[in-house]
Design a protein around this ligand. Structure first.
Ligand SMILES: *Cc1c(COP(=O)(O)O)cnc(C)c1O
Length: 388
């Protein structure tokens, strides 16, 4: 018996079940393409929905900032890590999400974990959608609260669970755009239920920020909602093309999080340079709605191409799932597409349920229509080559 044996066996097990994962190195070139050994491939897997991580105006702005600011922040936010740019970005985020205040976390993952752990003590019951992102699940685990999982986007089941638990204090939490299947939460009803039972409501806008609503503000704008959830969490690592998470809400909420969120308190603040990227991205988003519109048009176009190929596809978001089901078949198809010059992630258990493996296509504003139509043809051909 050696001390690595258990780890080794676990990895062998994963390989046998086609669940073994590895990070593929990619050289990012001019989006939406990337190069592998000099070959141009089409990227249909990136969360960089508006191609902001390659944006010239953002890069130019950051070049100026790099002469003015240090490359590292040198401390946690509550010690020495808060620069003027951090404060400015928090104001800009609050304005963008139309809330009183905002707080930056180092990642979206840390925002979810920090908000849920910070708010929910033992007296809380957390009602969480079964398809919520892993960072929400981990936040629930880290908190002292009891977590109740309700059926995916099922508001009747949510209300039913609330009636059973009758919590004195509670939080309802959901992805606003679900990260794997790209469907959207029933936010108006969810917020209504939160009000009715006086429970806090929280949404994770990782895939809605820069995507949903006419100005890319998020799902509240998409639904044109007056009454917003209490807590709006998001990330700057997706459509904003940068890094960092955030929570938006009332000033009271933000003051509370500053004093209670451990992932906020005990981690070094993001570099001012990273903050500058996000600031400029928000600036661009506010001054030009065209990329958001273009993204929405591209999604519609791509879904149309897939349907023409006889593949069921529907999405209101930048995520277009093609459900395959079987894990092995999914990975074979994804590999075949990769050989054909398409980078599309095969997604499987444990990220999604067993037997619901999928090709998860993501669309950006920079894709050209002929890339999208040829991608749809290649997907159809690969599915025929590896039939169920
Ligand atoms: C990506 C993602 C996160 C994590 O955000 P990071 O900034 O990458 O840590 C959180 N929630 C959802 C729904 C996500 O898709």
């Amino acid at each position: 018996m050696n001390k690595y044996q258990a780890l080794e066996e676990a990895l062998v097990q994963r390989k046998n079940h086609h669940l073994y994962r590895q990070a593929k190195e990619i050289e990012l070139e001019a989006y939406p393409f990337y190069q592998v050994e000099g070959e141009k491939k089409i990227m249909l897997s990136s969360n960089d929905y508006l191609n902001f991580s390659h944006n010239k105006a953002i890069k130019e702005y950051v070049k100026q900032m790099i002469d003015l600011y240090p490359t590292g922040s040198g401390g946690a936010r509550l010690t020495t890590g808060t620069s003027g740019l951090h404060k400015k970005l928090e104001k800009a985020l609050a304005r963008f999400k139309d809330t009183e205040a905002a707080l930056i976390f180092n990642t979206g993952y840390m925002a979810n974990v920090g908000v849920i752990q910070g708010i929910c003590d033992m007296e809380y019951v957390i009602f969480s959608d079964e398809c919520n992102h892993a960072s929400i699940v981990d936040g629930c685990r880290l908190s002292q609260a009891q977590a109740v999982v309700y059926r995916h986007n099922d508001m009747d089941d949510l209300e039913h669970q609330i009636k059973i638990k009758k919590p004195k204090k509670g939080l309802i939490v959901t992805d606003s755009v679900f990260s794997m299947e790209g469907d959207i939460a029933d936010l108006p009803n969810l917020v209504g239920i939160g009000e009715k039972y006086q429970l806090l409501t929280m949404i994770d806008e990782a895939h809605a920020t820069g995507v949903m609503g006419w100005g890319g503000q998020g799902l509240c704008q998409h639904y044109n909602m007056e009454q917003k959830p209490d807590i709006i969490v998001g990330t700057m690592s997706k459509a904003l093309g940068s890094e960092g998470g955030f929570a938006c809400g009332s000033q009271l909420l933000i003051d509370y999080l500053i004093n209670h969120s451990r992932s906020f308190i005990f981690s070094t603040a993001l570099s001012p340079i990273t903050i500058a990227c996000s600031l400029k991205a928000l600036d661009l988003l506010a001054s030009d709605f065209f990329p958001v519109l273009k993204l929405q048009q591209n999604v519609e176009y791509f879904c149309g191409c897939l349907v023409q190929q006889g593949i069921e596809a529907r999405s209101q978001t930048a995520i277009v799932p093609v459900i395959i089901g079987n894990e092995e078949r999914t990975m074979r198809i994804a590999d075949e597409l990769y050989r054909q010059g398409l980078f599309i992630s095969g997604i499987r258990y444990p990220t999604v349920k067993k037997g619901r493996a999928m090709l998860r296509c993501t669309i950006t504003s920079g894709h050209r229509q002929d890339d999208l139509s040829s991608a749809a043809e290649k997907i159809a051909a690969a599915m025929k080559k590896y039939p169920a």
